[in-house]
Write a protein that binds this ligand. Structure first.
Ligand code: PMP
Length: 535
């Protein structure tokens, strides 16, 4: 069957559209299929019909990867230098002092922010989802190794009990049979068999992950199962281990899920000449993944209280905490780790996006020394990870963030406040249209009220068809030369993640565009949103 039936392979150019043609068509519907030909600072350029460049103010910010701005001169300078010097980019299985320097610099900053001196070991990767997968795999390796140690301990204890019964120094307590649901008598063997059967069954169950409702951790096979959005996740359920999704800001749900999902093995003990059996908990929860500020879920900042509950919960049940800073990190909210301000301390961190300075594709998974398993370095690898180009660029990114006593972090806070004040002024004038402004630093969102009851059929259809935010984004682009998008899993929320260079004039341009949109929504004048898509 041809699944491309509905897709036109003959767009405006003579070339057939073969690179994700359906997506191209959807973007075209919303007027978003624009080609950008140049980029600098917080601006992208497209060509007008006369061939002249039209500047577009970028609030999508490469989905969070260009906090330093497009083509930052110091980053481009470093890249040019590296290429001109003939730096070996791919020299796998050799010494990588630059990767080590990068890991050390990340540690130095993280130690300052977390007020700790415990080392975090670095495993490099290429994309955000890949860093998450590395964390997931490491956590599972650690769990499997802990289970192996537990299995061995249980076997030793069972053997000891068997010997005690055999040499007559102990007898099986009658209650032991009852607890395992088998008939009493018959000696030690039936007890050992039932106990081993139950334990083998329990210990071979797949791991369970915890994640938050609204969470987004990537779209690869394992990470998409930790991403809450059902449309992304459901078709691939059988490919990887599953997560339980914890409702945001409902700490009591943690205890409920724990009570439902905790798993036990049966252990034996010998005391006072009696063999007893007892339940013993084992690590069934592989990891708890948390974004300090949910990005794709609609820009939701985790409260410090809920963060503290999650931290306590993970410590109590000894479940590793993976803090996904792929979108919120790298200085966007005024610190390298947004979670450090929430008082969170992760066993793992994932960083990506701006780590590559807007030109390299790189990411890193950091794991706390106390949890680290050196064996991971042998069983996990990637051809492109830890390449010299990405590491040198990432080092330059950190240098730029840290320069002048952290001026870039302060700038993120200052620009963030200016942008937030501007968005808030729009909300104050259109409370019937704008539901909420959320976020921190240069990671802000504007949620619109649901328009599925609008008297405008165009707005109703857009809201019902799942394209609402994209239609708004299309209008902002066409009429106001503003580039933004809805968040991936919350289409009523527009995202604003510009670079540090976003100017007052660009913020004013955004405000004009948003006021235009709000007026259209308030007046139920969907027809004013339509227009020929930009080509
Ligand atoms: N985690 C978070 C928090 C993200 O925001 C994203 C990307 N939006 C990812 C993981 C996945 O990153 P990538 O698209 O580079 O795989």
């Amino acid at each position: 069957m041809d699944h491309t039936d509905s897709v036109s392979l003959e767009p405006e150019s003579a070339e057939p559209e073969l690179a994700e043609p359906y997506l191209r068509e959807v973007l075209g519907t919303a007027g978003l299929a624009v080609e950008y030909v140049r980029a600098e600072n917080n601006t992208l350029f497209r060509l007008g019909e006369d061939g002249a460049e039209i500047p577009v103010v970028d609030y999508a910010g490469g989905y969070g990867s260009v906090l330093l701005g497009h083509n930052h001169p110091a980053i481009i300078g470093r890249a040019t230098e590296l290429l001109a010097a003939g730096t070996p980019v791919h020299a796998q299985f050799s010494r990588h002092p630059y990767a080590n320097r990068l890991a050390a610099e990340l540690n130095r900053i993280i130690h300052r922010e977390l007020r700790t001196d415990e080392a975090y070991f670095a495993i490099f990767a290429n994309t955000g989802a890949e860093a998450v997968e590395a964390a997931v795999k490491h956590a599972e390796l650690d769990r499997v190794m802990r289970l192996a140690a537990l299995r061995e301990e249980l076997a030793t204890r069972l053997e000891r009990a068997r010997e005690a019964v055999a040499d007559g120094t102990a007898v099986v307590a009658a209650g032991a049979y009852t607890r395992l649901g088998i008939t009493s008598g018959g000696g030690f063997d039936p007890l050992a068999a039932e106990l081993t059967r139950r334990n083998t069954e329990q210990l071979s169950r797949p791991p369970l992950f915890l994640s938050l409702e609204g969470g987004f951790h990537g779209k690869l096979a394992a990470s998409v199962q930790l991403t809450h959005n059902e449309a992304y996740r459901a078709p691939f359920k059988s490919l990887a281990a599953q997560a339980r999704f914890v409702p945001r800001e409902r700490p009591e749900a943690l205890k409920e899920i724990y009570a439902e999902e905790r798993r036990v093995v049966w252990d034996v003990s010998v005391s006072d000449g009696r063999v007893e059996v007892a339940e013993r908990e084992f690590p069934a929860f592989c990891a708890f993944l948390v974004e300090p500020i949910q990005g794709e879920g609609g820009i939701h900042v985790l409260s410090a209280e809920f963060a503290a509950e999650i931290q306590r919960f993970c410590e109590t049940i000894d479940c590793p905490l993976v803090i996904d800073e792929i979108q919120s990190g790298m200085g966007r909210t005024g610190t390298l780790l947004a979670s450090s301000r929430l008082g969170l301390r992760g066993d793992y961190y994932t960083l990506a996006k701006t780590l590559g300075g807007g030109i390299a594709k790189t990411s890193v998974m950091l794991v706390r020394r106390a949890r680290y398993r050196k064996e991971f370095e042998i069983v996990h690898s990637s051809t492109f990870a830890k390449d010299s180009f990405s590491c040198h660029i990432a080092l330059k990114v950190l240098e730029l963030l840290e320069a002048d006593g952290g001026a870039a972090y302060r700038r993120a806070v200052e620009r963030g406040e200016a942008l937030r004040a501007a968005l808030t002024s729009v909300r104050e004038d259109f409370p019937e249209v704008v539901k909420e402004i959320r976020g921190k630093g240069l990671m802000l969102g504007m949620e619109f009220h649901d328009q599925s009851g609008s008297s405008s059929p165009i707005l109703r259809d857009a809201a019902g068809g799942g394209l609402f935010g994209y239609v708004l984004a299309g209008h902002l682009l066409r009429r106001h030369n503003i580039r933004t998008f809805p968040t991936a899993s919350a289409l009523n929320t527009l995202r604003f993640e510009p670079s540090l260079q976003v100017s007052d004039a660009q913020i004013a341009q955004l405000v004009d565009g948003l006021r235009d949109i709000c007026g259209i929504l308030r007046d139920h004048a969907g027809e004013r949103l339509t227009g020929a898509p930009v080509r």
